[in-house]
Design a protein around this ligand. Structure first.
Ligand code: BGC
Length: 765
């Protein structure tokens, strides 16, 4: 067939599209200019579709992994020779895991110059919390409740990744999860759909900016649609079986928020939902996402999830899996080889409508146009820019800012914190204190190992004290490579004595304990939520000689911390804070930054309580204080409540709430105000949280639901009146048919610093 090079005509008529290749502006300035395109993308997509063969359209729906050396194909996944052949034929629409301008340009060149139609590839990568310069893991960022900072963090990630040739990120993960056993809670925003929705919105806006066609923005991807976070027993990839109320009211809202933010792609998931793998789920992908929510971007499968429908017991073979997935509205196949091998035949056999192929290809081409790839397929491939942009100081500054905002102070008895800056003997103990890799978390594919600032390095900046470091014990043994199971040290205590000796003479002991980076994340489920390995033993051994311990936790999920809460004077939840981790932690410990983070997930008292979450239902037998009554919903051995509730977090200062006023304006509008006072000695920030309880409804409502929050900064003795408005959106809910309804009735309104707040008022609507 004659080679038609579409790019020349397309590029010349696209000259109006904005381009800022030589921009030296700040991140925000550079991203705020308006879209100047007046050309009709739909018409262009139509005209291209008319030129495409069935195989070429299917090709757009095919995505390959690209971990290979382009100077000589060295495959680590799949058959590289075949992939090259398919690339040249125009049978590949996207590549993932290509990185670096040189590599991306080389592969893009094949698509643009060697295929019949020259359609550019969209280049995807897991830019989850940064590219090379990492901000905190998403769960940690969520603890900031600071939507502006979270948006900036995504902007930074986009800017850096886009400079490396990437134009599409597989983020944000907006899966709600209530189960700390599930390793992937580190990648989400926690347990609450309201907070999760706000954060999902902010992240999409951050990645995509106001103009997707700019060279420093990325198309975002809302994943994993849907209900992946509800895996039974917290075991990765496990079955999900949840009801319509949870699906509509808990799982869907953050996804809907990404649509409101204009997200351009969705990813489906590995799990089945109520018996149907979500990758082959028509209800989710066609009925809800594309029809009801009017999503006009495209859906990519998760890695191999089309093929996995055979293992699920839903598809006979890969061909059948391709048929099910395409009919269900899964537009792009990530590494199942199902579409590229089977889809054209399935269309010819009448098993998949060609209209579905056209629709999928149209969606993919649309996003490529929006990204400006037809205008300039190499717009992300500027080596000079790559050199200048990656690792910029401004990115480190933003990551440090985000890291400090993500820290949650869990306990601070007798103001042990902040530490005095002079004349103290400080013992720093724990392998994680000198670890320069674990703070990068699990998703660090483009960051180099050993590039995080360790706590030891962060604390060494403060020279007024005598700082002595002792490891105490390794957390893990040997390399913890991405593909290996993490081997935890459960036996070696040989370095305990040295740490004990150092602790004995110290004024304060700072112990950095928790999980290594690869202990959370995908496929990192755990059945215990204590400190791994010999760390608890080490902690108790140190406690015997010095009780003045500040426990700094590094972890990717809630842990069980009863002993710690009972015995230790100070506990700081520092998650995995990314490249600037140690600086952020030291600045908080020394009081140069007053912590204001609040937990985005409940911390259980015991593993047996999991899944535990604040917005649970009341049951027919909640705790009623009748003496000698055992017949209520409870455990015999542990109280129902979490150790640290959702929304909890302390500050070096204190806050007082007063004058809660609730005014019913109409049946669907309620004004709420409260006065917040900084009653302590430090300037500080507080997350003022508003919860409602709908006392009775046609579908039962949770005991509390977050419906508003505001981050407020106050100087000592300063007060501020904070106002909220509740409207239909906050007062209503989804019924079991998926309709959003608002019902009259009695509501309690709670305002305070965490989900347990007792300040409340009752109204009738
Ligand atoms: C994960 C996705 C990720 C994809 C590509 C899968 O294993 O579940 O979230 O985007 O791999 O790396």
């Amino acid at each position: 067939m004659k080679k038609i090079n579409l790019l020349v005509p397309i590029m010349s008529c696209l000259i109006l599209l904005s381009s800022c290749q030589n921009s030296n502006k700040t991140i925000s300035e550079a991203r705020s200019s308006s879209v100047t395109s007046v050309l009709d993308i739909e018409q262009k997509v139509d005209s291209i579709l008319k030129l495409m063969t069935l195989e070429e359209k299917v090709g757009q729906m095919n995505q390959y992994n690209g971990f290979w050396d382009v100077t000589g194909p060295v495959p680590s996944q799949g058959n590289a020779a075949k992939k090259y052949e398919h690339l040249r034929k125009g049978y590949v629409g996207s590549m993932l895991n290509l990185r670096g301008v040189k590599t991306v340009r080389k592969i893009q060149k094949i698509a643009v110059e060697e295929t019949r139609l020259g359609i550019p590839l969209i280049i995807g990568f897991d830019v989850i919390h940064g590219y090379e310069t990492l901000s905190p893991i998403p769960l940690a960022e969520s603890a900031s409740w600071d939507l502006e900072a979270i948006k900036t963090s995504a902007e930074v990630a986009a800017e850096e990744a886009a400079a490396a040739g990437i134009n599409w990120t597989f983020a944000p993960m907006v899966d709600i999860s209530r189960d700390a056993r599930w390793g992937r809670v580190m990648e989400g925003a926690g347990e609450d759909p309201y907070l999760g929705s706000k954060i999902a919105f902010a992240r999409v806006k951050g990645f995509q900016g106001s103009d997707l066609s700019k060279h420093n923005t990325l198309a975002a991807c809302a994943k994993h649609f849907a209900a992946y976070g509800f895996a039974e027993s917290g075991r990765e990839y496990n079955t999900v079986d949840i009801g319509t109320s949870t699906l509509n009211n808990i799982v869907f809202p953050p996804f809907q928020a990404t649509i409101d933010a204009g997200v351009r792609t969705f990813m489906n998931a590995f799990n089945e939902l109520n018996g149907i793998p979500v990758t082959g789920n028509t209800y989710l992908q066609r009925d809800i996402l594309k029809d009801k929510w009017k999503f006009d971007g495209f859906v990519v499968s998760d890695w191999g999830s089309i093929e996995e429908m055979t293992a699920h017991g839903h598809a006979k073979d890969n061909k059948h899996a391709a048929e099910i997935a395409a009919n269900a509205g899964s537009d792009m196949d990530m590494e199942s080889y199902a579409y590229v091998n089977e889809l054209a035949a399935l269309v010819r056999e009448g098993k998949v409508k060609e209209a579905y192929i056209d629709d999928a290809a149209r969606r993919i081409l649309r996003v490529k146009f929006e990204l400006g790839l037809f205008e300039d397929p190499y717009k992300y491939c500027d080596e000079q820019r790559e050199k200048e942009v990656i690792g910029q100081q401004a990115f480190h500054d933003a990551c440090l800012d985000m890291a400090k905002k993500s820290i949650v102070l869990l306990k601070n008895q007798n103001q042990l914190l902040p530490l005095k800056k002079h004349g103290q003997k400080i013992a720093l103990i724990g392998a994680l204190a000198s670890d320069k890799t674990s703070p990068l978390g699990n998703w660090r594919t483009a960051a180099k190992d050993n590039t995080a600032v360790s706590v030891l390095e962060g604390m060494q900046v403060y020279t007024g004290n005598q700082l002595t470091y002792a490891k105490g014990a390794d957390v893990s043994i040997g390399q913890t490579k991405f593909v290996d199971e993490v081997k935890i040290n459960t036996t070696d205590k040989s370095e305990f004595p040295q740490a004990i000796a150092v602790a004995k003479t110290a004024d304060v002991v700072v112990m950095v304990l928790g999980e290594v980076g690869y202990q959370s994340g995908e496929a990192r489920s755990r059945t215990e939520l204590g400190l791994p390995g010999v760390q608890q033993e080490l902690l108790e051994a140190i406690y015997k000689v010095n009780k003045n311990i500040v426990l700094v936790l590094n972890n990717g999920r809630p842990l069980v911390l009863n002993w710690h809460q009972e015995h230790l004077p100070a506990i700081v939840e520092a998650w995995q804070l990314g490249t600037q981790s140690g600086n952020a932690i030291a600045q908080v410990l020394y009081g140069d930054y007053n912590p204001s983070g609040k937990l985005p997930m409940s911390f259980p008292r015991a593993l047996g309580q999991v899944p535990i979450y604040y917005n649970h239902k009341n049951t027919g037998r909640p705790l009623i204080p009748i003496p000698n009554n055992v017949f209520w919903s409870h455990y015999q051995d542990v109280e129902n409540t979490p150790l640290y509730p959702f929304g909890y977090g302390l500050s070096y200062t204190s806050f007082e709430y007063s004058e809660l006023q609730v005014k019913v304006v109409s049946d669907t509008e309620v004004n709420v105000s409260v006065t917040l006072k900084n009653s302590g000695k430090f300037t500080g920030k507080e997350v003022v949280q508003l919860y409602i309880k709908d006392h009775y409804a046609s579908v039962t409502r949770p005991v509390r639901e977050l419906k508003g929050f505001e981050l407020v900064s106050l100087n000592p003795n300063e007060s501020k009146k904070i106002e909220f408005t509740l409207s239909e959106k906050e007062l209503g809910f989804y019924d079991n048919q998926g309709n959003f309804i608002v019902e009259p009735g009695d509501f309690s309104i709670f305002v305070g610093g965490d989900s347990n707040t007792s300040l409340q008022s009752k109204i009738t609507l």
